[in-house]
Design a protein around this ligand. Structure first.
Ligand SMILES: Cc1cc2nc3c(=O)[nH]c(=O)nc-3n(C[C@H](O)[C@H](O)[C@H](O)COP(=O)(O)OP(=O)(O)OC[C@H]3O[C@@H](n4cnc5c(N)ncnc54)[C@H](O)[C@@H]3O)c2cc1C
Length: 488
């Protein structure tokens, strides 16, 4: 992406001071925003605004003043400046695939849709980075770099809609963390608009650039509460020439943890690299099959399933190596290995379609699932799953728990259905306290959003929370950027 001239950005801001003034003087707010982004991109009609006002789960919704769709960083800065002048809250929104209500407008706020920031820069082979506008969907960024033989170290099932800005704002994890780390590890530069409308920009891609506080890193995972990410320079890695996927039947969740522990050193010793290790269980698989019509992956059902993917060079004997490693690993009850793209994709579907299958089940039951994304030391996963099932079923006999996750990181997605809406908060409390008591974190990769604000104290000390509030107060003293997210 070409570097924007900061003076030009300031120029845009100056030009839009009138718009800010208009908001301040309580002239029609939508009119003021229209002057910045144009009438076609200031949305107020309820049926158009609706899609921006409710989250992917259907659990969170708000009544925005107007949805604003800026075209570039200058317009983002102008909108933020205008809203700051008028005291109107701004809610950054990317693909709106977040699962914790973080991108949903509070009443009277301006959801700032970043999707029109869709620039894509060339891959710089020297720094192995490429710059993207914040609104580029992950899948498009993946296709863009794949054309030159590269891939991005983050991948997740919401790839067609989740944006690069959203991934950065949530520090998304996904299916490649075991190999490349979280989104934070893929970020080589950020441009963002702060709460006062100023633009901070560090997009050079310099690999060593330590001059004081790293504002870009501070913005990663800040969920739109400290600034609006407008562009990101992402690291890229050489695309794998070959891939092999195995779906493994295991005796239990703890059994899947043991299988992965046994498998990993064997795979490390062979060709290729382990890039994914995912887990799901029998009732979740049954729900996915019912929802999708997919056939059974293995001849017999198993209590738990491990899905692993390895990648390697063109001549690597990946499927053979994977099959041999599985044969030598204790606890493997059955396995199927695929290297042909369609078969690999078919195996991944069993894992990736859990989220939509559970959402559909929620719709059928008349209430969306309570979605809790937690992490635990891998060795505790089995016992904690048993404990969570126990506490839930004794308090709520009709509760149904679907779970799956990213096994190597001990990251579980716990989805609770069948609890009366009046009891959802208490059920959440039970589950999150069980996780925290076992040394886990209440927020693994989806963020805190609005959904988990009451429980942040389970995973952060008073001193940590005070420091976080001080950062928030310093960068957004009027608390206009995504109010209600992270902090109450
Ligand atoms: C089917 C499915 C599978 C998923 N799988 C995973 C997974 O494996 N791993 C994972 O981590 N997540 C996963 N998610 C959750 C979601 O896709 C991620 O949180 C993703 O990073 C959100 O991106 P988005 O563009 O949709 O952001 P949004 O939902 O629009 O926003 C999410 C948060 O980021 C803020 N934000 C968005 N854009 C910006 C910006 N440009 N500047 C500042 N703040 C911004 C919002 O205010 C909000 O707080 C999944 C979701 C679905 C529906």
């Amino acid at each position: 992406m070409p570097d924007a001239d900061p003076a030009a950005i300031r120029g845009d801001l100056t030009e839009n001071v009138d718009a800010a003034q208009a908001l301040t003087e309580n002239v029609d707010a939508a009119q003021a925003l229209t002057e910045i982004v144009g009438a076609a991109h200031t949305l107020t009609e309820p049926d158009v605004v609706g899609g921006y006002a409710v989250d992917w789960t259907g659990r969170w919704r708000g009544a925005p003043l107007a949805v604003v769709r800026p075209a570039d960083t200058g317009q983002v800065a102008a909108v933020v400046t205008a809203c700051a002048a008028a005291g109107v809250p701004v809610v950054p929104q990317g693909g709106n695939t977040g699962l914790v209500g973080g991108a949903v407008p509070v009443d009277g706020s301006v959801p700032l849709s970043l999707r029109r920031l869709d620039s894509r820069g060339p891959v710089d082979a020297a720094t192995r980075t490429a710059a993207f506008g914040a609104g580029v969907p992950l899948a498009e960024a993946q296709r863009h770099v794949a054309a030159d033989g590269w891939e991005i170290g983050v991948d997740l099932a919401a790839r067609d809609t989740a944006t690069i800005g959203g991934l950065v704002a949530t520090n998304a994890g996904g299916e490649r963390v075991i190999r490349h780390g979280l989104t934070r590890g893929q970020v080589a530069g950020i441009e963002a608009v702060l709460a006062d409308g100023s633009v901070v920009r560090r997009m050079t891609g310099l690999l060593k650039d330590n001059v004081g506080y790293d504002l870009g890193q501070l913005l990663i995972g800040s969920e739109g509460t400290l600034g609006v990410v407008t562009a990101v320079r992402l690291r890229v890695v050489p695309a794998a020439a070959r891939r092999a996927v195995a779906l493994v039947g295991c005796g239990s969740v703890a059994g899947a943890v043991d299988v992965l522990a046994g498998l990993r050193p064997r795979l490390d010793a062979g060709p290729g690299e382990l890039v994914a290790a995912e887990m799901f269980v029998d009732d979740g698989l049954a729900l996915v099959r019912e929802h999708t019509g997919l056939g059974a992956p293995l001849p017999d059902p198993h209590p738990a399933y491990l899905l692993v993917e390895t990648t390697g060079g063109p001549d690597d004997a990946l499927p053979e190596a994977l099959a041999e490693a599985l044969e030598a690993t204790e606890g493997v009850r059955d396995a199927v290995v695929a290297d042909e793209p369609a078969r690999r994709a078919a195996l991944w579907e069993y894992r990736e379609r859990h989220t939509e299958a559970v959402a559909a089940d929620g719709t059928r039951r008349g209430a969306p699932p309570v979605k809790l994304d937690v992490s635990l030391p891998p060795a505790s996963l089995g016992p904690v799953v048993d404990d969570v099932r126990g506490v839930l079923s004794s308090a709520y006999p009709d509760a149904v728990l679907y779970l799956w996750g990213h096994l190597a990181e001990g990251n579980l997605h716990l989805n609770v259905l069948g609890v009366d809406p009046a009891d959802e908060r208490a059920a959440t409390d039970l589950v999150l306290r069980t996780v925290a008591a076992a040394g886990g974190s209440i927020g693994a990769e989806h963020g805190i959003g609005r959904a988990k604000v009451p429980w942040v104290g389970l995973s952060r000390s008073p001193a940590e929370l005070a420091a976080m509030r001080a950062v928030k107060s310093a960068l957004d003293p009027a608390r206009l950027l995504n109010p209600g997210v992270l902090f109450d």
